[in-house]
Design a binder for this molecule. Structure first.
Ligand code: F6R
Length: 366
């Protein structure tokens, strides 16, 4: 049942190339520059007339929502807000029929997300779901939606659900961008062609497992870790920290790299491992100066860089290389080493990887 892997989580990490293909298959035609998503096509006016899009979700799905915000605002130029479903539903939010709400949920059963959807519907908003589990409560409650065809996710720590949610959000952002004339047909074609190369790049990245294991062995006894990223990779930093907390029970925090100097920098000393996403686009020089600030305080730096990087390599204690791609697609790659790292640390610490303490796969109570 675990397909030869020791844990479901590792199996699911390795399923990501296929899961991403299954998610975009039939939806994008790269060479023609076409994206077909019936849930969007059938309600295009709702999206085009939306004054804003509100994304509601919890946990990892909320992190995917943040990537979605960056994608939809950057590509389609529609204002987006991302909210924890649990906050949204209880804070008397302003919602009108001009809002489109996108609810993201792997299980489709998360109580707070479901309640947020019901609230949004009662105020007249159009609600679109991004779910993995077919026929789930959230899939049924929403006005339209798109499934992430990730297949069953058994490990409590979400992995392939996250990357396939991002895949769907990327398609939505590009589809809206193209419909609004924010990107040309040829730009769309080029982007989709790069997207089609992602599964193979994820597959290549999964081969760095041994290197990640070595890094895991060095830092597995750290009591605290920081994860930093900027732009599209800020949510990946949050997600990296969540994965480590969940399965290894090591305290970790994700931050936008530039926020470090507003507080967390006080934590940095020679015992603090700091995982930094420093890919070559996305404010590279700014991240390099953040890394220098860490270095001058003796923090240990583990950096995710783009293949061929030299600048960060000179400063960091360890580097993990990811293949070159479009900046907006980098979260699909930078996430992978963090998933593997958490996995290996949890295994080395003898934790229950697939069923961490206190956590449930579907949170059906608020
Ligand atoms: C993290 C994790 C949780 C879920 C959250 C939302 O690994 O599994 O944070 O992401 O409970 O669950 P869904 O997506 O099913 O609504």
């Amino acid at each position: 049942e675990k397909g030869g892997y020791d844990h479901f989580m590792l199996k699911e990490i390795h399923e990501q190339p296929k899961a991403i293909i299954d998610t975009y298959r039939g939806r994008m035609l790269p060479d023609e520059g076409i994206i077909r998503m019936s849930g969007i096509d059938n309600h295009m006016n709702k999206f085009l007339n939306a004054e804003r899009i509100i994304i509601v979700a919890c946990g990892t799905s909320w992190h995917a929502g943040l990537v979605g915000e960056y994608l939809i605002e950057d590509k389609a130029r529609i204002p987006v807000e991302v909210e924890y479903a649990s906050e949204f539903r209880y804070r008397n939010p302003i919602i009108t029929s001009k809002d489109v709400v996108i609810a993201i949920s792997q299980s489709g059963e998360t109580a707070d997300t479901l309640a947020a959807i019901k609230l949004a519907k009662s105020k007249g908003a159009f609600v679109f779901g991004i779910c993995n589990v077919v026929g789930s409560s959230i899939a049924r409650e929403t006005d339209a939606g798109a499934y992430t065809h990730a297949g069953p996710e058994i490990g409590v720590a979400s992995t392939k659900a996250f990357t396939t949610q991002i895949t769907v959000l990327t398609l939505i952002a590009l589809k809206l961008a193209s419909k609004k004339g924010e990107i040309s047909k040829s730009e769309l074609r080029t982007f989709l062609q790069k997207m089609q190369l992602i599964p193979k790049k994820v597959e290549d990245l999964l081969k760095i497992d041994e290197k990640v294991k070595e890094i895991a062995a060095v830092y597995k006894d750290a009591p605290n870790c920081l994860y930093l990223g900027r732009g599209f990779n800020f949510p990946v930093a949050l997600e990296g920290a969540l994965k480590l907390k969940e399965i290894s029970y090591i305290h970790a925090e994700g931050y936008p790299a530039a926020e470090m100097k507003h507080g967390p920098i006080a934590l940095i000393d020679e015992n603090m491992p700091i995982f930094v996403i420093a890919t070559n686009k996305g404010h590279y020089e700014k991240v390099v100066s953040n890394i220098q600030e860490i270095k001058s305080r003796a923090g240990k730096i583990i950096a995710i860089v783009t293949e061929g990087d030299t600048q960060v390599k000179d400063i960091a204690d360890h580097v993990i290389e990811i293949p070159e791609t479009e900046e907006a697609l980098t979260p699909l790659l930078t996430t992978i080493p963090f998933q593997l790292l958490s996995y290996h640390i949890a295994v080395m610490l003898n934790k229950n990887v697939d069923q961490p303490r206190n956590l449930a796969k579907s949170v059906t109570v608020e």
